[in-house]
Design a protein around this ligand. Structure first.
Ligand SMILES: CCCCCCCCCCCCCCCC(=O)SCCNC(=O)CCNC(=O)[C@H](O)C(C)(C)COP(=O)(O)OP(=O)(O)OC[C@H]1O[C@@H](n2cnc3c(N)ncnc32)[C@H](O)[C@@H]1OP(=O)(O)O
Length: 212
């Protein structure tokens, strides 16, 4: 039985629905550099228009990189990607590369920038990227406040001001109240000076045993 499915290691497992037990995954000394190099590629992929001979070279190199990495695929929870809290975006390419600044029962705060590959219209952050930031934050808030794993029932976002790319920003949220399985949370995205850009309310619903 794999460590991930051996539920005897976590006697509270029933209270985490059907989720595997997640634990932080250590990254080697170069892993963060790899993720940042891939993010740079994502930035360039959305902001370049290379001639076809360069496109051909890029394809060859990208395919070679895929071939290099593919033999090292591991199940969910075994890669540092998303499971290393010390890396920007916890090492995940999906997440905006923000760093966790506070991870306490009363609040979770992250600081970072949106990248070029998060661009929506007219150089502002894409409106669909902001729920990604909030949703992930609420997952961490549920965890940090000691609740079993919960899934997002809803996110209600108010876009108050244009969210800029390449500028340091801060997001902070907390649990507001709990009613049975329902964990009501809120969070705000601000500039470091405190200007409110977006705020969000969320309902996180604690999973029942076996719920995926
Ligand atoms: C580094 C290593 C450590 C890392 C450290 C961080 C750890 C990080 C862990 C990650 C943890 C993952 C975090 C997942 C974050 C997502 O899950 S994002 C995925 C997006 N969400 C989903 O896909 C959820 C899909 N929906 C569902 O699965 C089900 O609808 C739910 C949410 C489980 C609820 O279903 P259910 O169990 O059948 O419950 P149901 O009876 O429908 O609802 C329960 C109550 O909530 C209410 N409710 C449910 N939905 C709504 C709604 N949309 N509006 C209003 N009320 C609602 C119901 O009315 C009901 O209220 P009461 O009648 O009890 O008063």
């Amino acid at each position: 039985m794999s460590e991930q499915t051996d539920r005897s290691v976590d006697t509270e497992h029933e209270h985490h629905g059907g989720f595997p037990v997640y634990t932080p995954v250590k990254a080697g000394p170069n892993y963060g550099r790899l993720v940042e190099a891939l993010r740079r590629l994502q930035d360039l992929a959305v902001s370049t228009n290379p001639p076809d001979d360069v496109v051909e070279q890029a394809i060859e190199q990208a395919e070679a990189l895929g071939d290099l990495l593919e033999p090292h695929q591991v199940p969910e929870g075994k890669s540092p990607a998303g499971f290393n809290p010390d890396l920007p975006g916890r090492g995940s390419l999906l997440q905006p590369p923000w760093l966790i600044e506070k991870f306490d029962a009363d609040a979770v705060r992250e600081r970072g920038m949106f990248r070029l590959f998060h661009r929506g219209g007219n150089n502002a952050v894409h409106g669909g990227t902001i729920p990604l930031l909030f949703d992930d934050l609420f997952g961490m808030i549920v965890h940090a406040s000691g609740h079993p794993i919960a899934r997002t029932g809803y996110l209600r976002i108010n876009y108050r001001k244009i969210t800029p790319i390449g500028t340091e920003l801060v997001v902070e949220g907390r649990v507001d109240r709990v009613e049975g399985r329902k964990i009501f949370c809120s969070a705000e995205l601000r500039t470091p000076e405190g200007t409110l850009l977006c705020d969000c309310e969320a309902l996180m619903v604690q999973l029942l045993p076996g719920q995926p």
